[in-house]
Design a protein around this ligand. Sequence first.
Ligand code: DHB
Ligand code: FE
Length: 456
Amino acid sequence: MSLNKPYLDVPGTTIFDADQSRKGYWLNQFCMSLMKAENRARFKAGEDAYLAEWPMTHEQRAAVRARDLNWMMRTGGNIYFLSKLGATDGLSFQQMAGSMTGMTEQQYRDMMIAGGRSPEGNRVVGEGGDAQGPASQTAAWREWQEAEARNKLESAVESAQTAPETRAGSHAHVTAAVFSSHVPAIGAAIDMGKTEEPYWAPLFKGFERSKQWMKDHRPDVVFLVYNDHATSFDLGVIPTFAIGTAAEFEPADEGYGPRPVPTVVGHPELASHIAQSVIQQDFDLTIVNDLRVDHGLTVPMNLMFGSPAQWPVRVIPFHVNVVQYPVPSGQRCFALGQAIRRAIESYDEPLKVQIWGTGGMSHQLQGPRAGLINAEWDNRFLDRLIADPAELATMPHIEYVREAGSEGIELVMWLIARGAMSDVAGSGKPPRVAHRFFHVPASNTAVGHLILENQI
Ligand code: DHB
Ligand code: FE
């Protein structure tokens, strides 16, 4: 993992970053459940039974039972979540914070009344301040540590007997970009066995080559840019950009029942790395651990992989708001793609990553102008996407709406994928067009499709 963590040498301090969050996910979610009075009552009536309902590690359960906040934090707990447990026990924030310092409650109170702990000597590990010592230790934690040390020794002896696997030390890279429309009716045609019908056959024929290409160019991970269609995100919270950092994503029920497609397996480590890197490049991403994926993601997966029992790649879902205005500009999407490429290329595992842009092409799903198709404009968009994406990125939203229909705005997402290719920012050769396809109609939409291979 190559996350940049300049905060590791701050004494007596655990920064709640993506790695900690992943480690502590269920511990923190358990704590959140204590916001409900009925759950607090059940927890108090039987701690072990209540804890057993949560898929936490044994160590996390032991830390909770010991009420050892330092221990809980080491296993991924965050103080704002852990405070719900403290509150359940009737503790104040001052009591909780003080309990982690090795001081008595009274000593901690007195220190705060006297002006608080001084930062002097407490900025960097190794200075001479009063926060440099080890975290306060409970007997339960010491016992756990001793047992752990014994287990580690045993498993080290065991693994020394089997040769460790070595891996060529290089970085992840973007191999290709794939662009495709994502109409729900395409998913329904697949699910209902209608792909051979005259209406659908020409469309699916256009993706035959894509499936063959995919067999020959299978990546380890697909970074899949799509928009959630009022499925996981309603009007309660509207993230402009959201990255899925979970281990798994279930297909959503969009009102017709969930599609009979496999669970999407994520890549939490790479996704968290990309989140951190891209946020540090000044793009605000929403981090999402609980996400059901809709047709925007599952339909392109079928078009590129067919209908296997398991998806053959890991997928990082990346959502862009194109439902409620303001939606991000083409230029911002194009720049974001460049930031995503830098993030992927700084991940220190030799993963092959494809980036996909989905949605579009011309379509309007609403009002008296519904059914608008502009094949000429769409094809010009494909030309410009291949040959001059920087210029294409300057196109204002209003042109998408006027020329490609209100839902044609989904095409801004394609600029994220295009921005992540190696010719952008002057570093590589122009991409090779491995496949291009255009078809009208699928339901209300013009279907466009491109496969661009990076030429390094
Ligand atoms: C259709 C197209 C879409 O992109 C979508 O999200 C929903 C419906 C359609 O053409 O029916
Ligand atoms: Fe859509």
